[in-house]
Ligand binder design. Structure first.
Ligand code: FES
Length: 93
């Protein structure tokens, strides 16, 4: 099972492959916050430290939003991400 390490919380959570990060956060206490849950508010922005290749591909709506926010290349919207392998991330500043 993929492992998600959240540096902000110093916590590792095992998830089923393909699980949306938002579902993981609903089942566990984490520092990742959610607002719209639809890729439109930025509340859930995280910085992927390792394993970006193990996260679902970015769709146009997420890419457009992150460009508008001038996000860093390794930032993603947690509400738009599914996990397929081990990743490390932290909550964006
Ligand atoms: S919760 Fe609003 S963008 Fe993810």
């Amino acid at each position: 099972m993929p492992k998600v390490y959240i540096k902000t919380d110093d916590k590792t959570i095992e998830v089923a492959a393909g699980l949306p990060l938002i579902d993981m956060c609903e089942d566990h206490d984490t520092s990742i916050l959610f607002g719209c849950r639809d890729g439109a508010c930025g509340a859930c922005m995280v910085r992927v430290i390792e394993g970006a290749e193990h996260i679902s591909k970015m769709e146009d709506n997420e890419r457009d939003f992150l460009e508008t926010m001038a996000a860093e290349d390794n930032e993603r919207l947690a509400c738009q991400c599914k996990v397929y392998g081990d990743i490390k991330l932290e909550v964006s500043d």
